[in-house]
Design a protein around this ligand. Structure first.
Ligand SMILES: Cc1cc2nc3c(=O)[nH]c(=O)nc-3n(C[C@H](O)[C@H](O)[C@H](O)COP(=O)(O)O)c2cc1C
Length: 479
């Protein structure tokens, strides 16, 4: 690890002043992302069918859901900030069209002219029936709250959304290909997107092979109507600039090649249901998992990391930490691709102490029956490009963890809020660099947590925010 890279990583630890949590909780509007956007209009039945297919897939992968009386989405997101937006390039009515999907209004906003769509299609070599779906990170949404480490959350968020799309597309008969991070960065430039809103992950689909997912769209209720808040990414924020530069450097050094992410380890059929059934644990019961469930869980997790990554990509491993009924750390195992499980620690540790020292005192740790840490070996993190790649791989693993939990009937929550230094020192894992943690446990009582609730308090409160519209009453739709 070079000094410059170590320096950049240190700034992303929760203990660093540039990565402390701040109480800002505003949304950032998305309709300024493309230059002079206009609603996408189609004039042919074939064009309408194509636009509707795309909208249905995007909705099923990343739409809103009302779950446990909370407005959340089909993909998890750090602090429920949802920094990911989606841009599509597809051939509609004989022209390559570049458009951003507005999930609240279920409408595509199209670029003012054909140039971005045409250029991206040519750059990616899209066949006439292919579509590119890019996950844009609106970095400020997350960075304003979490600082520099928000970058990692954004990449993981985006990969979760793309992973959902991959699953849906596979189920619909397609064999989708993910676009390498360096090519996503090039697509960002071709679309004239700002550095503060880069395409960080993407997938190429074959629309001719896909039928839209059949289930009706669940109704998230009126809460959606109040989500629109007039808060913009600041034109100049030193923190955001640092994140932009970090991302630009990482993208330049990252792998070019496209790839296929690992296949599902614990399929839930039909696949869109896993997202609807995903049940986060926030606090509550902390009973150990039944032995059989735990064996299956570890088996699925291992099957996932044992799959060879695409050539040239970082390999992941994971550590499995189990708490006893009295909330002591009972065992910690490290699993690598060879399946070898090594007991890494036997420190007499207490769950409470681990939560306080390593996880910012988060309640979700106290509710966990077990914790999984996932990431590359420290030696594999050779630099910025490898780090970005590892964040992607971990981002693809996280939704798999949720799917596995759904298949086993347990709850789970992705956790980004921990100190790597503290974890590494306290749990004696110096050669491992976990980029995410994941808690598993018994289904806990429904309910939110502070981050989610703060973000939504205005969306769910009686009375609309100023300037908000009801997507149902305005009823603008893709046509
Ligand atoms: C990158 C990332 C980091 C996250 N970090 C945390 C965390 O530190 N603690 C936590 O309780 N949940 C964390 N979550 C889960 C979100 O809080 C959760 O997905 C969000 O609140 C939406 O609620 P839901 O998933 O229950 O629908 C994280 C999710 C992602 C994708």
């Amino acid at each position: 690890m070079s000094d410059a890279f170590s320096f950049d990583l240190a700034r992303q630890d929760v203990s660093h002043a540039l990565s402390t949590v701040s109480s800002v909780c505003a949304q950032v509007k998305l309709d300024t992302l493309l230059l002079h956007p206009a609603p996408l209009v189609t004039t042919t039945p074939e064009g309408r069918r194509r636009v509707e297919t795309l909208a249905s897939f995007l909705d099923a992968a990343y739409g809103y859901r009302l779950h446990d009386d909370r407005l959340t989405r089909y993909a998890p997101s750090a602090g429920a900030r949802y920094p990911t937006e989606v841009v599509t390039v597809a051939r509609v009515d004989g022209r390559w069209r570049c458009a951003i999907f507005d999930f609240a209004e279920r409408i595509f906003h199209e670029a003012a002219d054909d140039r971005p769509g045409r250029d991206v299609a040519a750059f990616l070599g899209l066949e006439p029936d292919a579509a590119f779906i890019g996950a844009i990170s609106v970095l400020w949404r997350t960075v304003q709250r979490y600082g520099m480490r928000g970058h990692r959350y954004c990449i993981v968020d985006a990969a979760c959304v793309v992973s959902n799309l991959v699953e849906l597309a596979r189920d619909a008969g397609d064999d989708p290909v993910c676009i390498g991070p360096a090519r996503c960065a090039a697509a960002t430039r071709l679309m004239d997107l700002p550095a503060s809103a880069p395409v960080v992950a993407g997938v190429r689909l074959d629309l001719a092979r896909m039928e839209p997912p059949g289930d009706p769209r669940p109704d998230p209720g009126d809460a959606l109507a109040r989500l629109v808040v007039r808060e913009e990414t600041p034109a100049m924020s030193p923190l955001l600039k640092r994140v932009e530069l970090f991302h630009a450097r990482a993208s330049l050094e990252a792998a070019e090649a496209d790839y296929r992410p690992p296949a599902v380890s614990a399929p839930v059929r039909p696949p869109r249901l896993w997202a609807a059934r995903r049940h986060s644990m926030k606090e509550g019961l902390a009973a150990p998992l039944p032995e059989r469930t735990e064996t299956d869980l570890i088996g699925h997790l291992w099957a996932l990391v044992a799959q060879p990554p695409a050539p040239g990509r970082v390999r992941l491993s994971f550590a499995y930490l189990r708490f006893s009924g009295t909330r002591r750390l009972e065992e910690a195992w490290r699993y690598d691709a060879s399946g070898a499980a090594a007991v890494t620690i036997l420190r007499d540790a207490d769950c409470e102490e681990i939560a306080e020292r390593c996880f910012e005192g988060q309640g979700v740790i106290r509710a966990a029956a077990s914790l999984v840490l996932v990431g590359p070996g420290r030696d594999d993190l050779s630099g910025h490009g490898a780090y970005l790649d590892a964040c992607h791989q971990v981002g693809f693993a996280i939704p798999e963890f949720y799917r596995i939990a759904v298949a086993l009937g347990i709850s789970s929550t992705a956790i980004g809020g921990y100190s790597w230094n503290a974890l590494s020192d306290y749990l004696l894992l110096p050669d491992f660099y976990p980029l995410m943690a994941h808690a598993f446990g018994r289904p806990s009582r429904p309910g939110g947590k502070q981050d989610t609730d703060a973000w939504q308090s205005h969306a769910l409160a009686p009375g609309a925010a100023p300037g908000s519209r009801n997507p149902k009453s305005s009823s603008r739709r893709s046509s």
